[in-house]
Design a protein around this ligand. Structure first.
Ligand SMILES: Cc1ncc(COP(=O)(O)O)c(C=O)c1O
Length: 399
């Protein structure tokens, strides 16, 4: 039977402490025990349903984790203070000194910087590869490799990973496949395709209101328990814990994710098709011209479309900057990093979110100076938006 992530969220039922339709928010950093023995058992990890200290877990964080695990179809999930606060402990948990990671070369700049500049301090090495080429991925695997890391749809180039193919490779070589699914929530169900661990930056589409950072790690009960272990768990010891008040607010936003993703995707496809017809170099997984269009189609939960992210190359950084400034002036969106907001957000990734990637490597991976990354908003009248954007482009002689 087809996997239905939004049904899984819809079907969760809550009875708050006082009968509220939303779960009560846990507003405590520490928890009482009626007996010293239960406290001891909880430290040992043997007392289900007992809370210890909020860096470990809180009722509000568990509710949000449960909903996100239902969305991805994993046994459980653990929420974190940010997307990076999810990515870094996962990699530190799975790898140690002497270990090796095979990673997609087109990933979020912060993750790239972590793998390239930070983890070598702990003698962890990463080989960056073109993730769309399974033979290249396999050739990079060494006896020390522990993890294959990728984004389902990559930031910012919108390359699409063949998750089932990568999962097969991971199984064959006894590795863990870790997938950052931030760009394609609901559209792609990475764990159903074989990913061992699925990560999201909740900051983006899932929360959708650009009012907080947040992250989640979805995986097996055993892996999440390991991350929370008081003695050697990377989440517990590195401490990137989400605050309970935020967990409660993100849970409320999650409930409208399916409606928002449909509108983001509808608007994204509309603009991508028209920009491409106008002769602009447009990248969007929903376009037949996208090299992985068929792959995306074969993986997607169709209802939620190809997402709200698209890129347009306007030829030079100067032109990109001028266009973004003019579009902001005309109230078509904000010149801002991040994604998933109700208004369109645009930025030039080469000089912002991917600036951690050295210029020559940007060039090699096809990240050109004139590239603008759009996170298309929930605009009710996308035709009007298109005409207004086109006017800006004509004014600047981009079209
Ligand atoms: C694909 C992707 N993963 C992870 C992150 C990091 O998330 P956060 O900013 O919530 O730490 C980002 C942020 O831009 C992202 O785009």
């Amino acid at each position: 039977m087809a996997f239905k992530p939004a049904n899984n969220i819809q079907d969760l039922q809550y009875f708050g402490e006082f009968g509220g339709v939303n779960p009560s928010i846990s507003d405590s950093s520490t928890y009482t025990f009626l007996s010293a023995k239960t406290m001891f058992d909880t430290f040992e990890g043997n007392a289900d349903g007992c809370y210890l200290y909020s860096r470990h877990s809180t009722p509000s964080n568990l509710y949000l984790g449960q909903a996100l695990a239902a969305m991805e179809g994993t046994e459980t999930a653990s929420v974190t203070a940010s997307g990076m606060g999810a990515i870094t402990p996962v990699l530190m948990q799975l790898c140690g000194a002497g270990d090796h990671i095979v990673s997609s070369r087109t990933i979020y700049g912060g993750t790239y910087a972590f793998l390239k500049n930070f983890t070598p301090r702990f003698n962890m090495a990463t080989t960056f590869v073109d993730i769309t080429k399974l033979d290249v991925v396999e050739a990079a695997i060494t006896p020390n490799t522990k993890v294959i890391y990728c984004e389902s749809v990559s930031n910012p180039l919108l390359e699409v990973a063949d998750i089932a193919g990568l999962a097969k490779l991971a199984k064959k070589h006894n590795l863990k496949l870790v997938v950052d699914n931030t760009f394609s929530p609901l559209s792609i169900s990475a764990a159903q395709l074989g990913a061992d661990v699925v990560i999201h930056s909740l900051t983006k589409f899932i929360n959708g209101s650009s009012d907080t950072v947040g992250g989640v790690i979805c995986g097996t009960q055993k892996f999440i328990d390991d991350l929370r272990n008081v003695n050697d768990g990377a989440c517990m010891l590195l401490g990137s814990t989400m605050d309970s008040l935020r967990a409660a607010s993100i849970l409320k936003n999650l409930r409208t994710l399916h409606i928002r993703m449909q509108q983001h995707s509808l608007n994204g496809l509309y603009l991508a098709e028209r920009f491409e017809k106008d002769g602009l170099k447009t990248v969007y997984p929903g376009l037949a011209s996208h090299p992985s269009h068929d792959l995306f189609k074969s993986m997607m939960n169709e209802k939620y479309g190809f997402g709200g992210m698209l890129t347009v190359d306007v030829g030079s950084l100067d032109k990109a900057n001028a266009l973004m400034e003019l579009m902001q002036k005309r109230n078509l969106g904000y010149l801002a990093v991040s994604l998933g907001f109700y208004k369109t957000l645009f930025s030039a990734p080469g000089s912002s979110t991917s600036s951690e990637i050295p210029a020559e490597e940007q060039k090699e991976m096809g990240l050109s100076d004139g590239l603008i990354r759009f996170s298309i908003g929930l605009d009710a009248d996308i035709e009007r938006t298109y005409h207004m954007m086109k006017d800006c482009m004509k004014e600047l002689e981009i079209l």
